[in-house]
Write a protein that binds this ligand. Structure first.
Ligand code: FAD
Length: 460
């Protein structure tokens, strides 16, 4: 039997490694194609390498091509798969380094091509210094540009989502003048509600990042092959580097061109075992995982595209176990995510108000201000927690946190509550830990649950 993997990062190589654990090279041949220079890397670590917190790029590589080869996985670097022939059960790949074409037959095909940064037409100009961020090769290109001559001094980050915000912090930490442009009234609109986004905006402004919300970009200027400015209705912002943080979309063109059906989000539809499905059910021997797939939101019930490493790794593992003859499932997601900009931490789980409304829920919200430690204990800092609960039942639909000092990791207890369909009233009795260095005697999660319970009762 032969497994061919397209994409050598989280989704693809988790699947390859799990399949290899279950079936030795005598029973399963594995060939993995990766068009870039790295395998099994942490794209999540790119902002921290660029910002200098992580010194060594190779620290972001969890498993090199050589390490995979030692496990009996035939990794073909700098090979881009350009076509899939489902009838003949083979892929065609271009060797980007040496040139030429290779064909590889398969019994199982693991599709794990990730996502691609959204790049509007105005950003597609013939100039250096304009970057989307998805792969470690993208991170490498940004790092090299920042070291290029003349050394970039002014950065404009377009898009105030979590990748934009993390990249803005990275640039500030490298000593650049940074402007962050966001077209919505508040940053992080896909992550948190505007009232929580306002807290992020206020905090960002104090970190040396100039943030402009309600901002529109009309184009980019360039000279001598380098980007020089970002054109807005309020004038042109000088820029030596432009980072696009406008979101990503599933990298599924190759699949679509090969006749594989896509879901409503543009991602591949998969079943619980990560088998790609079409109108007639799973397609024999075709698997997918990671940023290229569509999954199910377990609170809204809707199909969603949630491109996160945490899902890519789990989904790849599930696919690999199944390819190797075992049984594993990936049930879906509840939208848990966490990030930081300098000392400010932002986290969410479940649905935001906008998402709850779209799903058709009637709900109440409650926001509390509390502290990370007992108020009298040195180092206590403020945090805001917002809970969203269904009006009639009090079911916890979602939660958001903005704060400091590991405030954001409290989202995990809230995620467990959402996952287990707890009501906010049930949560008021949760046996959470307390000692002055760790929380006030009433943990902020418990205070928020009490306030949300009051709101549910008041709403009748
Ligand atoms: C800056 C940044 C910060 C992030 N932070 C977090 C975080 O804190 N937490 C979190 O959970 N997630 C985070 N993520 C998201 C996370 O990195 C991705 O969800 C994860 O990498 C997806 O893994 P994947 O294997 O699906 O796709 P990718 O990592 O994109 O890997 C796909 C691979 O396929 C290769 N490929 C594509 N097409 C082809 C082809 N035709 N032939 C051969 N090879 C191909 C690509 O070169 C790429 O290496 C972050 C992402 C970025 C960019």
């Amino acid at each position: 039997m032969k497994l061919v993997v397209i994409g050598g990062d989280a989704g693809g190589m988790s699947a390859a490694s799990q399949a290899r654990k279950r079936l030795g090279p005598d029973r399963l041949e594995i060939v993995a194609f990766e068009r870039g220079h790295f395998t099994s890397y942490s794209a999540c670590g790119i902002p921290y390498w660029i910002g200098g917190a992580v010194k060594d790029r190779d620290a972001l590589v969890a498993r090199s091509p050589e390490a995979h080869r030692k496990s009996g996985i035939d990794v073909r670097m700098r090979h881009e798969v350009v076509a899939i022939d489902l009838d003949r059960r083979e892929v065609i790949a271009h060797d980007l380094a040496a040139g030429g074409e290779v064909r590889e037959g398969f019994d199982h095909l693991m599709y794990a091509t990730g996502a691609v940064p959204i790049t509007p037409g105005w950003a597609q100009i013939p100039a250096g210094g304009i970057f989307g961020v998805q792969t470690l090769d993208d991170g490498d290109a940004i790092h090299s540009w920042l070291d290029s001559d003349p050394k970039p001094r002014r950065a404009v980050v377009i898009g105030g989502g979590y990748i934009g915000v993390e990249m803005a912090e990275a640039m500030v930490n490298r000593g650049l003048e940074v402007t962050l442009l966001e077209k919505a009234p508040e940053p992080m609109r896909a992550t948190v509600d505007p009232d929580m986004g306002a807290r992020v905006r206020e905090a960002i402004s104090g970190l040396g990042i100039k943030i402009r919300t309600n901002a529109h970009v009309e184009g980019l200027e360039h000279k001598d092959g380098r980007v020089t400015g970002v054109v807005t209705p309020d004038g042109t912002l000088p820029a030596d580097i432009v980072v696009l943080g406008l979101g990503v979309q599933p990298n599924t063109k190759l699949a679509a061109d090969s006749g594989i059906p896509l879901g409503v989000t543009g991602g591949l539809r998969v079943d619980l075992r990560m088998r790609v499905t079409g109108p007639d059910g799973p397609i024999e021997g075709l698997w997918a995982a990671g940023d290229c797939v569509q999954t199910k939101h377990l609170v809204s019930g809707q199909p969603v595209h949630v491109p996160l490493g945490t899902h890519a790794n789990k989904q790849g593992r599930v696919a690999g176990i199944n390819i190797g003859g075992g049984y594993a499932t990936f049930p879906g997601v509840i939208g848990t995510a966490v990030t930081k900009v300098c000392a400010l931490e932002v986290a969410r789980t479940g649905l935001t108000e906008k998402e709850a409304k779209l799903a058709g829920y009637a709900f109440v919200s409650a926001t509390v201000e509390s502290t990370s430690r007992a108020g009298y204990y040195p180092g206590a800092s403020s945090m805001a927690i917002k809970l969203i609960a269904e009006k009639r039942t009090g079911l916890l639909l979602g939660a958001q946190i903005v704060g400091r000092e590991e405030a954001a990791k409290r989202i995990d207890s809230l995620a467990i509550a959402v996952w287990n369909k707890m009501t906010v009233e049930e949560m008021t009795a949760l046996d959470l830990s307390y000692a002055p260095p760790f929380s006030p005697v009433w943990d902020p999660v418990l205070i928020a649950a009490r306030k949300a319970t009051d709101a549910v009762h008041a709403a009748g």
